[in-house]
Design a protein around this ligand. Structure first.
Ligand code: FAD
Length: 504
């Protein structure tokens, strides 16, 4: 998300770029830079959706290979932030952020101020940020064919409108404009009395107020993303033709997004035990210990049907009884085959997704099931009131590290675990740790080719799913109500919320 500059890429990133670029020049030995680094990373996550209009970059001026670059841009102190307009030339030194704010909100606003100083050429991916006039809105649908026009009414020094415009710039079939409270024609026509507030306007001249829990950036963006036929650019929603051509879609099963399905958990177990582990002919050393830990937490915490639990327990006992330093997958398979009362009957013999079904065969499925299984296990362990807070998360970490077939995912997950797992059991519960890491992954993957357009990668749960999980600070910034999130996770992933529909 943050482009790391070096001699190899500095010109291709900064010169003649179609996006504006903000560069943090830092020195790895500088304490202020170390303290500022989390803010810079948080900013990158916060404005990830603005990417085609503005990029963030960083360069370590303490690295010998980079000194030439830092001196070219006249950088003497650290950290220094510099703004490069889109289409900067090779001689541009960049505009210094003087007395810059040290928080994400302040930096975001400073960035908008600088974006607005663009004259021609305006960064092509950046929608207009200036306030719309009554005449522009009256003529809007004569020149464009988007279905939804969202108008954010606000006072002059409010940034909400511009933030939402940039948050939504990847989405098609929707345009967002800000309208100032002084734009009397529109304010009177729509009867606007609250600033900020958001109205949806259509080509027939009809308008309705967008209903949100709080009149703030994140709530507007969440609500606009879920409007009918609003999709990310470049990812067409499935059409009637797709439905006919695609046998998986024909079998689409209605499901309730507020419930967890046992069919997904059992499909995940089937795939993990019968397919993913089968890729390893022998387990020894760290891999054997990862396998033992994984089976042990499943035996203890999987909220399964008696047949499945009997199968897991006997595999767990068999594994414990193994005295050799190596266990082969074929012997594990025999143990799996032989333990069910009716051989092979405990688990389905193929995957069959419900809550994890994708709109196309290559979307969702197993990784969705694995996350769901992990969340269920952390919540079940909490319900069982066990004492070792790291027991489940360490077992899941080892599973991912040793066996998860998506090796790149495994590397990312291991890096996250290395950075933050020590917090589990000190100031973070395992349930909250997994939730926050999963949201970190969601943020990274939003807009990636693996994102199912019908299941966008949002910061979860949405305000629709859990209104009380979301709040706003007095500054207007979004905040998670951690106690409410924890209560929501406990209820969502509890045994009571598990449905056994579609299990034969
Ligand atoms: P998923 O992200 O799989 O989520 C499944 C369900 O969990 C959602 O439908 C929702 O009901 C719920 N949920 C969503 N967010 C949260 C949350 N924060 N807390 C609790 N519940 C939540 N793919 C990559 O391309 N790159 C990676 O680096 C990568 N790393 C991964 C690491 C792990 C450990 C796993 C299990 C998967 C990883 N994936 C990665 C896959 C990716 O995260 C998704 O699982 C996949 O794209 C399918 O997405 P999905 O829409 O089904 O939702």
């Amino acid at each position: 998300m943050i482009v790391v500059l070096s001699l190899d890429n500095v010109d291709s990133v900064l010169v003649n770029s179609t996006a504006a670029v903000v560069v943090e020049f830092y020195a790895s030995w500088c304490g202020h830079c170390v303290a500022f680094s989390p803010v810079w990373k948080s900013l990158a996550r916060d404005i990830k959706e603005w990417k085609p209009a503005v990029d963030l970059a960083a360069i370590d001026c303490a690295s010998e290979g980079n000194t030439q670059i830092c001196s070219r841009f006249d950088v003497r102190g650290y950290p220094t932030l510099k703004f490069f307009h889109a289409y900067s030339n090779a001689n541009t030194k960049g505009q210094v952020f003087k007395a810059y704010p040290r928080d994400v909100r302040g930096l975001r606003r400073k960035l908008i101020d600088l974006m607005e100083t663009h004259k021609d050429p305006w960064p092509p991916a950046c929608p207009p940020l200036e306030p719309a006039s009554t005449a522009e809105i009256d003529n809007f649908f004569k020149t464009t064919n988007v279905e939804h026009l969202a108008l954010i009414f606000e006072i002059t020094n409010s940034y909400v409108g511009r933030e939402v415009i940039l948050d939504m710039l990847h989405y098609e079939n929707l345009a967002v404009r800000r309208v100032l409270s002084t734009e009397e024609g529109l304010v009177t026509k729509l009867g606007v009395t609250d600033f900020p507030s958001c109205y949806l306007y259509n080509s027939s001249g009809n308008f309705i107020r967008l209903k949100v829990q709080n009149e703030a950036r994140v709530f507007y963006s969440y609500a606009l993303q879920t409007l009918p036929r609003v999709v990310r650019a470049g990812i067409p929603p499935p059409t009637a033709g797709d439905l006919k051509e695609n046998p998986t879609l024909e079998q689409e099963r209605p499901f309730n997004r507020s419930r967890v399905y046992m069919a997904d958990l059992e499909s995940t177990l089937y795939y993990s035990l019968r397919v993913e582990l089968a890729a390893h002919s022998v387990f020894k050393g760290e891999a054997l210990s990862a396998l033992q830990q994984y089976i042990a937490v499943l035996v203890k915490y999987f909220p399964g049907r008696p047949l499945v639990m009997n199968m897991l327990k006997s595999v767990g006992t068999w594994l414990k009884d193994q005295k050799d330093p190596e266990v082969s997958y074929s012997s594990l398979k025999d143990a799996l085959d032989n333990t069910a009362e009716v051989p092979n009957a405990a688990l389905p013999d193929k995957v069959s997704w419900v809550g994890c079904q994708g709109s196309r065969p290559h979307f969702r499925g197993y990784p969705c099931g694995l996350w769901t299984l992990f969340h269920v296990l952390t919540v079940q362990a909490k319900e069982a009131a066990k004492t070792d807070p790291q027991e489940v998360v360490q077992a899941l970490r080892s599973y991912v590290h040793n066996f998860f077939g998506c090796r790149e995912c495994a590397t990312h997950f291991e890096n996250m675990a290395k950075d933050s797992m020590s917090q589990v059991g000190t100031w973070l519960t395992p349930v909250m740790w997994l939730w926050s890491r999963h949201n970190q992954v969601n943020n990274r993957l939003a807009g990636a080719p693996s994102e199912d357009p019908r299941f966008p990668k949002i910061q979860w749960p949405s305000p629709d799913q859990c209104p009380s999980c979301h709040g706003v600070k007095t500054t207007g910034e979004h905040t998670w109500n951690q106690d409410e999130v924890l209560a929501f996770l406990h209820s969502h992933f509890s045994s009571k919320n598990l449905l056994s529909d579609y299990i034969e």
